[in-house]
Design a protein around this ligand. Structure first.
Ligand SMILES: Cc1cc2nc3c(=O)[nH]c(=O)nc-3n(C[C@H](O)[C@H](O)[C@H](O)COP(=O)(O)OP(=O)(O)OC[C@H]3O[C@@H](n4cnc5c(N)ncnc54)[C@H](O)[C@@H]3O)c2cc1C
Length: 462
């Protein structure tokens, strides 16, 4: 038995930390995990899960409207924000309980405290001041919304954290940001009846996504009534005597709203973590630098998830932890695979995507084929909703492999998961072509786009 208190000490009880602690404890190792807030972390407590519940809540008004075309008469619909909040909180408490139970059953010691590094093998438990030692330390402390403290009046604004706990639903909201969190919340609030404006400094929302997805979603959101302001930023937020907020923009527009939400990026939770004491290197953003095996520059300290300089998604944090356990405790060196991560934006309509955008594929390959379909989904025919789905496959003409797949429309996230398997397996366009369609579905379009819409050769569309 080693002279350390634990074989593994995990800092942070979120997606990555809980998985690593549970698996390692399950192997009979002495494991402790410290969480300063609630087990489950960002994803369960104030990220993916409550967000998706809000997305579902915000979709009903359109469904009530659509039902009329199918013969339904729905009575007056009323929405109760408090009821949704209570139901959401109950579900999150249930999930947190499951996380705790999993750790307990596996035999991990749960410590409800902040923990900070004091050396390569030691951690201080902030609540008690006690210092404990471990052979290995896994840092899985995640990230937090950037408060944007340089913005005058930032203290009047909320982030996604507070959006999950608003006492009342605002009548109007201004959301700053063009990333997926800003876009998703704009759709959530709009769907719940809030007059919603999105402001983003870039030329188009959702940079790094395929341009058809960005443009298509932008148009769909505006058609619903969400105002989108591009190439502008909030310069100042002030509170009016009546309690409302005034946001002044760079281009001198003054927007009066009940709430301003800042969704301007997330910072790794490394401040005050004791990384200097332990000698752990970070990048210019404060994110922990790790190698292909989640190792930091200090031999005994590892890091996974949002605190690192890699991809910030729940399945990625979990996967990195599983690889860490495989490598360190099962004698099977396994490097996390960050290639071809399928992902979704839970906007309305949704985006589901995997692989390269048309722009990136055109930069990478000298000759690509683009298969593109834009159509009205069947459900919209009787409902009368003016809605278009877009599906795109990007094919490297050199080896015929599908290198990008992008969908805008209902259930795009669900489809992206399955498309992810095909791209990962290296399927060619011909594999798609010889796959029988499932009829009638929207997804059948993916296997019936036989002729390229256009090609891009050496960066030129032909
Ligand atoms: C609004 C929102 C929506 C999102 N939606 C999605 C989505 O749809 N799909 C998706 O894949 N990802 C989504 N994400 C991202 C996802 O939540 C994160 O990628 C994921 O939670 C990262 O896991 P992690 O283990 O690295 O960190 P976290 O889950 O953030 O866990 C870190 C934990 O460490 C704790 N902690 C921090 N410092 C200390 C300390 N010193 N001592 C003890 N405990 C500490 C924190 O309280 C936290 O519980 C979303 C995020 C947000 C904010």
């Amino acid at each position: 038995m080693s002279s350390f208190d634990y074989d593994l000490f995990v800092i942070g009880g979120g997606s990555g930390g809980v998985r690593a602690a549970r698996l390692t404890a399950g192997l009979g190792k002495r494991v402790a995990i410290a969480e300063e807030y609630r087990y489950g972390g960002t994803c369960v407590i104030r990220g993916c899960v409550p967000k998706k519940l809000f997305v579902y809540a915000s979709q009903f008004p359109e469904q009530f409207e659509d039902s009329a075309g199918y013969g339904w008469t729905v009575g007056e619909a009323r929405f109760d924000w408090q009821k949704l909040m209570m139901a959401k909180d109950r579900e999150i408490a249930r999930l947190e309980g499951l996380y705790r139970k999993g750790l307990e059953t596996a035999g991990a010691e749960m410590l409800n405290t902040r923990a900070e590094l004091t050396g390569p093998h030691s951690v201080r438990l902030v609540d008690s001041g006690k210092v404990v030692t471990a052979e290995r330390i896994l840092v899985a402390v995640g990230g937090s919304a950037n408060p944007h403290a340089a913005l005058p009046g930032y203290e009047h604004c909320i982030t996604s954290n507070e959006a999950f706990h608003l006492e009342t639903l605002p009548d109007s909201i201004l959301i700053a940001g063009g990333g997926y969190i800003a876009v998703e919340f704009a759709n959530i609030f709009h769907g719940l009846g809030v007059q919603t404006t999105l402001i983003y400094r870039g030329m188009q929302i959702l940079s790094r996504f395929d341009h058809d997805m960005r443009q298509g979603l932008h148009e769909a959101m505006e058609a619903k009534g969400i105002r989108i302001i591009l190439q502008d930023i909030i310069e100042e937020v002030t509170r009016t005597p009546a309690g409302g907020l005034l946001a002044r923009t760079l281009h001198n527009e003054t927007i009066a709203v009940d709430q301003v939400m800042l969704a301007l990026g997330r910072d790794p939770n490394t401040s005050g973590l004791g990384l200097e004491a332990a000698g752990v290197a970070v990048n210019e953003r404060g994110a922990i630098i790790v190698d292909d095996f989640s190792r930091t520059n200090v031999e005994s300290i590892f890091a996974v998830g949002d605190v690192t300089d890699k991809v910030q998604l729940t399945p990625v944090a979990i996967h990195e932890s599983m690889c860490f356990v495989e490598t360190q405790y099962r004698g099977n060196p396994t490097s996390p695979d960050h290639h071809l991560i399928a992902t979704a934006v839970f906007s309305q309509p949704e985006i589901g995507t995997v692989g390269l955008s048309e722009e990136d594929a055109a930069k990478k390959y000298p000759d690509i084929e683009v298969y593109r379909a834009q159509f009205r989904p069947m459900k919209a025919t009787l409902s009368g909703r003016a809605e278009r789905m877009i599906m795109k496959l990007i094919v490297n003409a050199g080896d015929r492999k599908v290198v990008g797949a992008h969908i805008l429309g209902h259930d795009a996230g669900e489809m992206a998961q399955l498309l992810g398997i095909t791209l990962k397996a290296g399927c060619t366009k011909e594999d798609f072509d010889r796959t029988m369609a499932v009829h009638p579905t929207a997804a059948e379009e993916l296997v019936t786009m036989y002729t390229p819409s256009y090609r891009i050769r050496n960066g030129e569309r032909v």
